[in-house]
Design a protein around this ligand. Structure first.
Ligand code: FAD
Length: 373
């Protein structure tokens, strides 16, 4: 039987970023198995924000975790670009979330104050502030801001990327450093053996592995059930729409609307819980469009050329799951929404944790066990 020191199941952004960290940590022979299910193209179908603002409003540890990840983003991107030659199209221009009406504006302002205090306890800054409608309009002088916008929550310290190029670059860096990527390998079963090794059975043969990382998104539960483990995730559909190209008028991404360097507008930020299929719906698209047009009226004039849905891996509290199996500490599970924003931490902090080399203080907080009540 072929063997590996670490096998990762799932080659989306979580599995690939973990793989990169593992090879950099000298984990030995690392394999990624990825069956590339068309219904599980989360890492190829997301909005591309590298973002911390607004995350963890009721979960301070998660808020700090997101802030830590975002601080690592520019250096992470720079390093990937240098090593692989991919242009991730990172624009570190800041980001905004629009408030429609005074009530929403005030509630954003209040949440900023809370999160500033939470982050300060850890010596982390929380550089977010409210801008009036006029201040925001001055920041985006080439596009008219809708009359319904009261103002925005804004930080200069986040941005957006091309998620497809990110995935390609992370996989490329991983392979350049010796990691092996086995596409079209469907993992059917994970079997812990006596003596501690784990057999990973794929459609193309079995592998004896020292450690296993399950990062298979919604495919993870199928593998965990025979190991008597319930992964606390549920499907949440998000829909996105893509416009024809237009001259570059918006350089700051807003939570539900961004313009890419080639001029394309992308709108989206819908959330539909417990949606098991990734189709778009007319009502979903209408909602996205009307929101985006309230924000920037020019969007009503563009042709919209593509749309898609993708199924988020959502946890009950929205924060990630990083956990080891109670009976098999050499099997770890990663399940996370915001895996793009958190990618630098998956590489720098989760990989050493998988190897048992170091344990960041926050990780225990993100255990799957927190939902076993
Ligand atoms: C509409 C939308 C917008 C989003 N916007 C953002 C954003 O702006 N910023 C952000 O940070 N996040 C965003 N996200 C979330 C982000 O896309 C996900 O957190 C991330 O892609 C999850 O990556 P993953 O690697 O964990 O899972 P996946 O990308 O689902 O990867 C899992 C992989 O495992 C494979 N697999 C499954 N079962 C098996 C098996 N048995 N054997 C082998 N392989 C298997 C799957 O085929 C898949 O390739 C968004 C999500 C959606 C839906």
């Amino acid at each position: 039987m072929a063997s590996a020191d670490v096998a990762i199941i799932g080659g989306g952004i979580s599995g690939a970023a973990a793989g990169l960290g593992l090879v950099e940590e000298g984990a030995g022979k690392v394999l990624i198995f990825d069956e590339q299910l068309p219904s599980q193209r989360l890492s190829r179908g997301n909005f591309g924000l590298t973002w911390f603002m607004c995350k963890g409003a009721n979960n301070p540890v998660y808020a700090k975790w997101c802030r830590m990840a975002t601080r690592q983003w520019p250096e992470f991107a720079h390093r990937l670009e240098k090593e692989t030659g991919y242009n991730l199209e990172l624009e570190w221009t800041g980001g905004a979330i629009q408030a429609f009406g005074d009530e929403q504006y005030q509630s954003y302002a209040q949440s900023i104050e809370t999160l500033k205090k939470v982050c300060a306890e850890e010596g982390l800054d929380y550089p977010v502030r409210m801008l009036s409608r006029e201040e925001f309009a001055d920041m985006v002088p080439d596009i008219k801001v809708g009359n319904d916008v009261t103002g925005v929550m804004y930080t200069a310290d986040q941005g957006h990327i091309n998620p497809l190029k990110l995935l390609a670059a992370v996989r490329c860096a991983y392979q350049q450093k010796g990691g092996l990527y086995y596409g079209a390998h469907n993992v059917a079963e994970i079997v812990p053996e006596e003596g501690g090794a784990i057999t990973v059975k794929t459609n193309k043969g079995s592998y004896s592995c020292g450690k296993v990382v399950i990062a298979a998104g919604h495919g993870s539960q199928r593998l965990l059930t025979p190991l008597r483990q319930k992964l606390h995730i549920y499907p949440q559909r998000g829909q996105l729409m893509v416009s024809e190209r237009y001259k570059r008028v918006l350089k700051i991404p807003v939570l539900c609307t961004r313009q890419t360097p080639d001029g394309t507008f992308i709108i989206g930020f819908s959330t539909e819980d417990f949606a098991h299929d990734c189709r778009v719906t007319l009502s979903g698209m209408k909602n996205l469009a009307s929101n985006a047009i309230r924000l920037f009226p020019i969007l009503a004039k563009l042709n919209w050329v593509r749309s898609w849905g993708a199924i988020r891996v959502m946890t009950p509290d929205g924060a990630p799951i990083y956990s080891r199996l109670p009976e098999h500490s050499n099997i770890s599970m990663l399940a996370l929404h915001s895996a793009v924003s958190l990618a630098p931490l998956t590489t720098s902090t989760i990989a050493p944790w998988i190897l048992g080399k170091s344990e960041a203080s926050q990780i225990a907080h993100f255990s799957n066990e927190r939902f076993n009540v």
